[in-house]
Design a protein around this ligand. Sequence first.
Ligand code: HEC
Length: 142
Amino acid sequence: MTTSFSFKVLVTATLLGAAGLVLAHGNVTPQEVDTGNLPELGDEVLIENPFREGNSHGDVNAQAVEVGESAYAGNCAGCHGIRAMSGGLTPDLRELTEWDDEYFINRVRNGTDRGMPSWKKTLDQNAMWAIKAYVESLPKPE
Ligand code: HEC
């Protein structure tokens, strides 16, 4: 009898723990991103930010930054902080350099099992690279 009782307690505690974790992550309902007039990048995933000045679509950098700002606010700021000021609980995305493009796109597409959601079903790469362009436009952390 005692065994069965403590088993129930254990299960309940585990479920509560899981619920707590979900709540701690805040609202993660993905928000649709209107990528406006940004050039279509297609399905093949690029490994370098096309919207960075000097790159293939660098001429639309300003527009990408604008799209990225609202995409970031709606989908990433809840965990990574307003204007990417993370406060230390999640990685500070402003620390990523242009050499981290491939790492960035893979993380955003696939997520990790340590709290980073996968976005490949909800955001296309236009939105992802626009977010990167936005983060790059922000002042670097001190
Ligand atoms: C539910 C919370 C949450 C949301 C929403 C979220 N992230 Fe994350 N993100 C994390 C966590 C936690 C990590 C660290 C994961 C790890 O270490 O495995 C992370 C890691 C990352 C990394 C790797 C950074 C590094 O320095 O290692 C990138 C890039 C990233 N997120 C981008 C984004 C973008 C872009 C968005 C919005 C589209 C986003 N994240 C939304 C929680 C979140």
